[in-house]
Structure formats: structure tokens, C-alpha cells
Design a protein. Sequence first.
Length: 482
Amino acid sequence: MVLYKGTEKSTSRRTARRPEASAAVRRLSPNPFYGLADPVGGMTSAPPVHRLPDGPMAPATAHRLIHDELMLDGNSRLNLATFVTTWMEPEAGALMTECRDKNMIDKDEYPRTAELERRCTAMLADLWNAPDPDSAVGCSTTGSSEACMLAGMALKRRWAARNRDRYPASARPNLVMGVNVQVCWEKFCTFWEVEPRLVPMEGERFHIDPQAAADLCDENTIGVVAVLGSTFDGSYEPVAEVCAALDALQERTGLDIPVHVDGASGAMVAPFLDEDLVWDFRLPRVCSINTSGHKYGLVYPGVGWALWRSQDALPEELVFRVNYLGGDMPTFALNFSRPGAQVVAQYYTFLRLGREGYRAVQQTSRDVARGLAENIMALGDFRLLTRGDQLPVFALTTAPEVENFDVFDVSRRLREHGWLVPAYTFPPNREDLSVLRVVCRNGFSADLAELLLEDLRSLLPELRRQPHPMSQDTEQPRAFHH
């Protein structure tokens, strides 16, 4: 796949057509101060960008050229679209720098890094109330998407083992989930030939319905996915109710359907802020849980975690034992070589914060989200779908009487102030609903929230004077998946 269609040849043709782009101009395209001792020494031409340069350049020059180009990126701290951590302490950054050259798979050569990974999985097993944390199994991944793939593979293999005598190896099972799941579950079903059975949205219900999920299950169902923190609106799915509906299904039919909890964000929020909410391994039907260490786990990307309640939940044939660099190492992750830096940063954050520290950080994020949501609601132009009282995330749309602008206009105008606030339409059955979503993370302070509110207030008068919404092109893709 070619991602960039431009070439040096085409660039040269464009340059030739522009009389002002003379050879002298191109010769001094980089800033002369990027040279070393001689400001113009070696600066004979701008380097090519779609093929390897003919020769090397000074490290400082290469750094400055790339640094200047990256200035055109958005400011990650003002990106309210992403769930990914955008701030960590300098001490965590220093540890990551020390470990970025360590290959996580090489546990024999880096035994202490491997030990920190093991400690993290044990801490998560305890946090998520595994019946016996010592017997729970898990691993780090590059993110929750890979963790979801691993959990789905385990569900499919367990289903195949249970039905080995009844179905051929080519039988196509199904996976039940809400239409609001993250796109990684669509990928899993495509890559591993599983039929996705999606519970649609209905009215003001924007996630899975427990009874509707149970009604979609049959003898070919490998599991049901419940999402603890929907990316569409920040709401928790009712995991306990889903399990109860499947318990009733088993009583009626004998079908024993396991549940996987996609806790990409909520699994690192609910244990600290919603301790009475039963969603985890306390529910016997929950066989596996994943989370993103690089979301509300408070670590830079990319690290995720996949855990199973016991060794029985993870088929042994999926665990590969590799003789690598002098050691016999079990591995289950899809990726082989990857840096150990993020795993070390996760252990640092666990050690640094503890339960009370995580509770303070997540409570602050929730307080900011709830306060910002209420202040936006008070403006009178918007209707809240969620209020940031589960994930520190809320979704809103324009009020019914607003006809001069829509959420896409608001998103576009906020971008002019540096804020990245996504606007998108909801999935089938609610495609009529377009929303803005605001993700409040650690580092998005009450002060920054007030600045966002001020900018929103300042642009509303002009939006109200529009004759109609400027975003009329319905052919534009408006779905949002992360």
C-alpha cells in the first residue's frame, strides 16, 4: 500500500514550474544556522523526503529539520479526542529512556524487566478481584487492541475445544457485542473468521442491552463482549446484568457463554472510583479482562494488559514456548520484539501512586469532566448525552432548537483555537445523532477546562449568526473509532 503518492520526480516538476523556486533558493532551503561551524557549509540543497538522501548529514541538522516539521502537529495536551496518556512525570520518562533498548521478549537477558511485567499482572489480578490472583494468568501487550485479539482468540479456541466432536474445524462461530465496540473487535472478527453479532443502539440507550445480547447467543457463540467505558459516550455497559441474562439463558438452554470485559479505559477507573460496582472477576462468568496501560493506566503509548481468571481460561495450545537466546520462554502476545520501556513505566506508575494515588488522579479527571459538562450545558446551546460521571468522558449534541450550526461547525471552530474535539455520527439505528465528545485525562486541568469553555463562549455568537450549518456535505465520513 502506498501511503504517500508524491515523489521526488513530481516535486522537481512542480519546482521547475515555479520561477521563484530557483536553484539558489533550494540551496539555502534549510536554515543556515543548522550548519555546524560554517553556517552555509554542507547546505547545498534541501534533503529529499521520498527517497534516501545520497549522503549523511550532521545529527543536529537532521534533528532540527524533523523538529520544525513536527511543529505542525497538534498539541497533544489539547487533544480531547484521544484517550491516550499525554503527560507523565520526568522520572518516568527517564526510566523509559533507560529501557527503550531492551527487548521485552528477551526475558532471559532482561530478567528484572520480566519480573516487573509479572508484578504488574499480579497487581491487576488483585485489583480486578481474581479468585486466586496467584493463579490468574496474563501478559503485557502493545495496547488494548492486541489484548482484545488475544482474548478473542482464547474464546474461539475454548469454543472449538468444547465442540470438537460436533463441528468441523472450518465451522464459523460468532461473537456477540454492542454496535458501540471499538474497531479492534471488528478487526478480530475479520482476521479470525468470526461472525460479529451486534446489538444495535435504541433510543437513548447507546450501548449493549443485556437481554438483546442473550437473545443473539446460540451454540456457536464463543462469548459476549461487555465494554466498561464506551468510547462513543463514556458510559459503562451493565456487565453484571449481561452476566445475569446469560445465567438465565444457561438455565433455559444449557448454553454456557463466557463474558470478556473490554476495560480499555474503565478497568483503570472503576476499581478506584466505583468500588461497589461489580463488573470484574467477582462475576464467575467473566473469564478475561483487558485494559490499556496507556489510557487511564497513565502510561505513554503503547502498553496494554490481558488477564484471564485462571489457567483454564487460557488454552495451553495458544502459549508458545520459545528457546530464544539461551532461555525457554512462554509467549502468547501477537508481537514478538517490542521495547520494555512502557512495561517499566507501568510498574513505576503503580509503585508511585498506589491505590490512593490512582483514586486521587481519576477523581480529579472525573471532577473536571463533570464540571465542564455542566458549564457547557449552562450555555443553553447543547444537550448532554452523558455527564462524565462514569468514565471522565462526556458526549453532547446541539439543543433541539439550534438550527444555525451543528457539532461539526463547533469542532471546526474549536480547532482554530488549538482544541481537538471530535465530532462524529453514531452507528446504525442512531445515525441521525451527531455528537461532540470530550475526553478528560490526567493533565487536562480545571484551568485548561476553563480556557476551553472561554473559547467556546467566544465563538458561539458567530455560530449563532450563521444562516445554516456549514457542514452540509453528508458524503463526508463522520465515524470516530478511538
